[in-house]
Every structure is written in structure tokens, then in C-alpha cells.
Design a protein around this ligand. Structure first.
Ligand SMILES: NC(=O)c1ccc[n+]([C@@H]2O[C@H](COP(=O)([O-])OP(=O)(O)OC[C@H]3O[C@@H](n4cnc5c(N)ncnc54)[C@H](O)[C@@H]3O)[C@@H](O)[C@H]2O)c1
Length: 374
């Protein structure tokens, strides 16, 4: 690959996930990518990223803020992997910058629906900029395999989408930003936007209303930051009803380390059922007609993955996919777009509000209807 063909990346926020992007991009170097700059105000994060870049033979420029990185004009693509509450301003500054930059923004798109909508509106006026939202669970091999089975019609019309995430508590983050709803958007926005995105994808429909029950029952109760105890919930059940009559259910528990799988997804249609298990990386599917004896079990793998990383190869495939959209120069849209980012946040916000109010929340209560299409 000629040097002129190299797609140059900048990473804003090089904490845990930013460095994960750096490593993934390193594994994509044969595709003609290079990380040329990073921005982060936190010196230990900067240092760890610099060490990685040094190891990868990438001489990077280091900035303390995203504005300097944008003004440098050094990169074509910006990866935004900063704390959730900073996504909005950073995205607006990228979209409004004189130099066009394509963007891969970590989930959630923003912490509020209003901010997501402002980003969607601003991006509409900037057709030279591609924005991909990092809802990467779609790319995990067992999930991708299940999507393929469901979209192929093997289970018929999808009626029920049940997703269970049973895992460990939230990790410690730089300056503990993830301990408070105001920073993260709340647990059902922060991490569960992944699952609401999958529900909508499997149901092939937009949400109508959401009912949730949840609380902070076990984790973080003995932690105090600047005199405040964390307010992020650690378990919840969430029911989502979709326009086409299908329904979704999320079962989230963040004090469930004693689980074989972290995610278990079950999709039932009118003629069959499919299931995916992560990290076992197994998919099962069968039909009502063939019954239990006809259930097939397959191991899900993807030979394209050169680095499994923290998320079972999904970050690698996400980058591969976005790179192909960037290289297609406007002919190909990002596979996970701003609309997906917005609606996954809207469902999470509705779920958080449902817990607060103790009732169903219609999507119209949180989302301007003009944005809920397609
Ligand atoms: N795709 C996934 O499954 C996944 C997993 C983990 C995190 N994330 C997302 O990635 C993002 C980052 O999370 P993390 O786990 O890396 O957090 P982190 O705390 O480890 O790192 C965040 C970094 O951003 C830096 N930062 C803060 N404000 C900044 C600013 N204005 N400009 C530049 N840098 C800034 C911090 O100094 C820190 O180094 C979050 O949006 C999070 O939701 C996604």
C-alpha cells in the first residue's frame, strides 16, 4: 500500500477504550491505517498510549485537548473514546470544524436525547463527514451469526427478543466518571444502549414504549467520591414494546460474576428460535416443527479477526467495517449510524425514567418523533 493511501487516525481520549482502539488499529496496519495523534488531558493515559505507539513504531503527536488535535489537520478519522458526558461537545466541535473529519464515536452517542438530536441535526448539514457509533456488539461473532440466521428468515417473524447480561461490576475509570448518572447517562444508557440497539435490530422495528424496574442494590454502596455515593443502578429488568408488535426484555445484573456467559440472547419467531452465548461463542437454533431433537449448535468464528482484545474481536471488525466506508468516499454509509445511536440512547433514557416514575414511558415522551424512523 502506497503511503498516500494511508488513512490517518487521531484518538481523543486514550483511557482503557482509547488504547484498545489504538491496539486494534495497529492490527489493521496492513489495511493501510496509522494512528498519527492523540488527545487526552490525563498524563498517565497519555503516557500509556505513547508507550504503545512507540512499540508500534508510530511517531504520534500528543495533545491535551481535541481542539488542538483537530486544528493540527493531521488526521482523516477521529475516534472519540472519552467519558460519555464529553461526547456531545467533542462531536459538535468535530462536525463544525473547517476540515472534514470522519468520526467513530464510542457508545453512548451522548448522555441525553436532546444532545443526540443536536448532533444528528448538525451532522445532516455536514455530508462530507461520516459518523459511526460504536455499538460494536453487533460484530461479536455469535451475535453476528444470530443476526444472519434471524435475517435469513429461519425463525420466521420475530416476536420476542430476550437479552440477559450477567457480569461483573463497572470497572474503575479515570476520575471515576462512570460512578454517576450525570456523567454516564445512567447504567441503562451507558452500557445497555448496546442491548437496545440489538433489540431494535432483531425486532426490525422502532420502540413504542418502555417499562423498567431497577436499583443499586449491591455494588458501589461503600464508595464515596467528593462526598457523594454513586447513584448508578446495578440490576434491572426492562421491557421494550416495538411498533410491529414484537417485544424485548433485558435482564441486567452487575453482581453476577458466577456466570458461565456474560451475555445470553434469545430470539423467538413464529416458526423457530435462535440463541447466542458470549463468551462461549456458541449459537443454537431450531424450529418448532423439528423440536428439541432438531436444535443445531454451531461455534461462531470470524477468520478476519486479527485481534480479539477486550470485546471478542468486535472492535477489530467495527474498525474494518468503518474503514471500508471511509475508503468508499461517501458511496457507503457507516453500518451503525447516528440514527442507531440516537434511538439506542432514547430507549435507555426511557428505561431510566420508567424506574424513576414507576410507569411505562412512551418513546414520544423522550424522543422527537421526526427522529424515529427507518
Ligand atoms: N464499546 C464498548 O463496549 C466500550 C467499553 C468500554 C468503554 N466504552 C466507552 O468508551 C468511552 C471511554 O471509556 P473508558 O472506559 O476508556 O474510560 P477511561 O476513564 O478509561 O478513559 C477515558 C479517557 O478520556 C480522557 N478524557 C476525559 N475528558 C477528555 C477530553 N475532554 N478530551 C480528551 N480526553 C478526555 C480521560 O483523561 C481518560 O484518559 C466511554 O464513552 C465508554 O462508554 C465502550
Amino acid at each position: 500500500m502506497e503511503a498516500k493511501d494511508t488513512v490517518k487516525y487521531g484518538i481523543v481520549g486514550v483511557g482503557m477504550m482509547g488504547r484498545e482502539h489504538l491496539i486494534n488499529l495497529h492490527h489493521l496496519r496492513s489495511e493501510g491505517v496509522a494512528v498519527v495523534c492523540i488527545a487526552d488531558p490525563h498524563l498517565p493515559s497519555q503516557r500509556l498510549a505513547q508507550e504503545l505507539a512507540h512499540l508500534f513504531n508510530w511517531p504520534i503527536k500528543v495533545y491535551s485537548g481535541h481542539q488542538e488535535l483537530l486544528d493540527s489537520g493531521l488526521c482523516d478519522v477521529v475516534v472519540v473514546s472519552t467519558p460519555n458526558m464529553t461526547h456531545f461537545q467533542i462531536l459538535m466541535d468535530i462536525i463544525n470544524h473547517p476540515k472534514p473529519h470522519h468520526v467513530l464515536v464510542e457508545k453512548p452517542l451522548c448522555t441525553t436525547v436532546v444532545d443526540c438530536q443536536k448532533v444528528v441535526d448538525a451532522a445532516r448539514k455536514r455530508p462530507d463527514t461520516l459518523v459511526h457509533v460504536g455499538l460494536e456488539y453487533r460484530y461479536m461473532p455469535p451475535v453476528a451469526k444470530l443476526i444472519q440466521i434471524v435475517k435469513g428468515g429461519s425463525i420466521g417473524q420475530v416476536k420476542m427478543v430476550a437479552i440477559r447480561e450477567h457480569r461483573f461490576p463497572f470497572l474503575v475509570k479515570v476520575n471515576n466518571w462512570n460512578r454517576f448518572n450525570i456523567n454516564s447517562g445512567g447504567t441503562l444508557v451507558e452500557k445497555c444502549c448496546h442491548f437496545f440497539d440489538l433489540m431494535r435490530l432483531f425486532a426490525d422495528s422502532n420502540p413504542v414504549r418502555v417499562m423498567a424496574s431497577g436499583a443499586i442494590d449491591v455494588n458501589h454502596k461503600d464508595e464515596i467520591y467528593d462526598g457523594k455515593v454513586p447513584d448508578i443502578i446495578d440490576n434491572a429488568y426492562v421491557i421494550v414494546e416495538f411498533e410491529n408488535g414484537s417485544r424485548g426484555m433485558l435482564d441486567l445484573c452487575m453482581f453476577a460474576e458466577g456466570s458461565k456467559n456474560e451475555q445470553e440472547i434469545s430470539i423467538v419467531g413464529d416458526i423457530g428460535k435462535g440463541e447466542a452465548f458470549v463468551p462461549e461463542s456458541i449459537v443454537r437454533y431450531g424450529t418448532r416443527e423439528a423440536g428439541r431433537d432438531g436444535v443445531q449448535t454451531v461455534k461462531a468464528e470470524d477468520d478476519r479477526i486479527k485481534y480479539d482484545g477486550l470485546h471478542h474481536g468486535s472492535s477489530y471488525l467495527e474498525h474494518l467495517n468503518f474503514l471500508s466506508a471511509v475508503r468508499a468516499k461517501g458511496v457507503k454509509a457507516p453500518a451503525v449510524d447516528l440514527q442507531d445511536g440516537l434511538i439506542s440512547v432514547a430507549i435507555g433514557v426511557a428505561a431510566q425514567l420508567s424506574i424513576e416514575k414507576g410507569r411505562f414511558i412512551t418513546i414520544d415522551e423522550v424522543l422527537d418523533k421526526r427522529n424515529c424512523k427507518g
